[in-house]
Design a protein around this ligand. Structure first.
Ligand SMILES: NC(=O)C1=CN([C@@H]2O[C@H](COP(=O)(O)OP(=O)(O)OC[C@H]3O[C@@H](n4cnc5c(N)ncnc54)[C@H](OP(=O)(O)O)[C@@H]3O)[C@@H](O)[C@H]2O)[C@@H](O)CC1
Ligand SMILES: [K+]
Length: 496
């Protein structure tokens, strides 16, 4: 994949910095210079000029504060009025000396209210309190109290140095006080917390400064970009026919939830699968909506089961059990959604993709002995998606405003492609159908490399989100409109 956005943990970043620091590469100087350029751009955008602009630098005890102080010094030399507030007893001495020499003013955090007022009144606050040295527990002590006082007065425009202070750098957790940013300038590599829920939104816009780091091992969390879809999509060969392109079997819907059957098959049909087979009680409605759909059993390459199915529906339950048997014995890939999550066997492989939202994941984990509720999952989506993968063996696609996917071989994706409007009834059914189509089209490749299921799940989330934007840019979308926008979205992405 070409454009995938990669993130690396604090430990990986530190290990990658070591040889460069040992060789005397001035990493902090480079970081601070790039940071001051981004801040100058932001100030010009907001005020038109640098001269007379007021920047308050919040300085913590470590090198994150050092970056901020050096950037402050460069800004002061360009006519910016810079005030540094020292939030800890310890401070980066080189940075402090540079700022003073450039004419910046330095104050210790003695009167909280005065410092908060200074920050709130500034054109821009540069947050150098805490970087990758954070212990992950939110901002404690005087720094935490200061940030609380600032936020209470009305958060000013904030540029975060490397990461928003207090954010869980490696897991995106928001515990305790976090200073949300409008812009985050991240050094060396992006960090997982900048893309993972629930913290990702704390970062605002994210810019990356390349310091020449070469981190070892696989990236911790990745995010697919539009151009990656073409590398994953099952584009038909010139001699393709419907069976080589993939057949997806759909067990969805009931008399009570007939729409789920229509929407799931819509997702699969519009995503361009070779053929859709429907199994269920509302075949008449499905075929009326999609004459392309074939009703009844037959050979399939992948399955979707669960949307609109209640576990006490004996007919659908039987069909799902039949499909599950195929998934287990023949390794056919599957999407296991909604009502079928309760029917998931104790262990399946990563070629089965479960697609719960937070509440459904909490329930699934509860059934496997984990005392966890919806709020726990929302607070630490990656942790609990990982746990579900460990316990079930399945690839986990955890739905949310940022969708997290955990699959085989440590694959983790975080996709934030959808507008908030997509949180609407039936949208998940369309996603299940769309992903089923992808798994059917790439079934053989998934059987050879089950970690591919995670990449395909992430691609499905991306395409689904983009289709929602395309269906009605900036406004409400209905699930059927998202399905109808899939062909155009896919064509655009394949041409990207
Ligand atoms: N390494 C490099 O080459 C480069 C690094 N670079 C920069 O350095 C940054 C990393 O710097 P770092 O390692 O000094 O850690 P950093 O985050 O500044 O401070 C950690 C200290 O904060 C404290 N503390 C911890 N948790 C806390 C909490 N919850 N609430 C409150 N305080 C807390 C704790 O101190 P303590 O309180 O224990 O005295 C701890 O020691 C990195 O993000 C990047 O900006 C760039 O210049 C590029 C080159
Ligand atoms: K920071």
């Amino acid at each position: 994949m070409r454009n995938v956005l990669q993130t690396w943990t604090s430990a990986q970043v530190r290990a990658a910095e070591e040889p460069l620091l040992a060789a005397g590469v001035p990493l902090m100087g480079r970081a601070a210079f790039a940071l001051h350029v981004w801040v100058a751009d932001a100030l010009r955008d907001r005020r038109g000029t640098l001269t007379g602009a007021r920047v308050v630098v919040l300085v913590g005890p470590g090198n994150n504060g050092g970056d901020a102080l050096h950037a402050g010094a460069l800004l002061a030399r360009r006519g910016v009025e810079v005030h540094a507030v020292l939030t800890a007893d310890r401070v980066h001495q080189g940075g402090l000396t540079a700022l003073r020499a450039a004419g910046g003013r330095v104050l210790r955090l003695e009167r909280l209210e005065d410092a908060a007022a200074l920050a709130v009144g500034a054109d821009l606050v540069l947050d150098g309190v805490l970087g990758i040295g954070s212990d992950g527990s939110g901002l404690r002590g005087a720094a935490g109290a200061l940030v609380e006082a600032i936020v209470q007065r009305g958060r000013p425009y904030v540029v975060a140095v490397d990461v928003p202070s207090g954010l869980g750098v490696d897991d995106g957790r928001r515990e305790g006080v976090v200073l949300d940013a409008d812009l985050t300038v991240s050094f060396g590599t992006l960090k997982p917390g900048l893309v993972l829920p629930p913290g990702a939104r704390a970062a605002g816009r994210v810019e990356h400064v390349d310091l020449g780091l070469e981190p070892a091992g696989a990236p911790a969390v990745v995010r697919l970009e539009a151009a990656d879809v073409a590398d994953l999509w099952p584009v038909p060969a010139p001699d393709a026919h419907k069976y080589t392109r993939g057949v997806v079997g759909v067990v969805a819907g009931s008399r009570a939830y007939a729409g789920a059957a229509v929407l799931t098959t819509s997702g699969a049909v519009r995503a361009g699968v070779g053929m859709v087979r429907y199994l269920g009680d509302v075949a008449d409605l499905v075929v009326a909506a999609h004459p392309e759909v074939v009703v009844g059993h037959g050979r399939v390459q992948a399955w979707v089961f669960g949307p609109g199915v209640s576990p006490d529906d004996a007919g659908q339950r039987r069909r799902i059990e039949y499909a599950v048997q195929h998934v287990r014995e023949r390794g056919e890939p599957a999407v296991v959604d909604a009502g079928a999550l309760d029917l998931l066997p104790p262990h399946v492989g990563p070629h089965a993709v479960i697609t719960p939202h937070a509440g459904e994941l909490a329930r699934l984990l509860g059934q496997r002995g984990e005392a966890v509720d919806r709020a726990d999952v929302e607070a630490e989506p990656l942790r609990w998606a990982r746990r579900a993968h460990e316990l079930t063996g399945a690839t986990v696609l955890l739905k949310g405003s940022v969708t997290v996917v955990v699959g085989a071989r440590g694959a983790v994706y975080a996709q934030a492609d959808a507008p908030p409007w997509l949180a609407t009834a039936g949208a998940g059914d369309v996603l299940a159908g769309l992903l089923g189509a992808l798994l059917a089209g790439r079934a053989q490749a998934v059987q050879e490399d089950p970690s591919l299921a995670a990449a395909l799940a992430a691609a499905a989330a991306l395409v689904h989100g983009r289709a929602a934007h395309r269906a009605n840019p900036g406004g409400p979308v209905a699930a059927q409109a998202v399905a109808d926008a899939l062909p155009g979205t896919i064509a655009e992405l394949l041409g990207a």
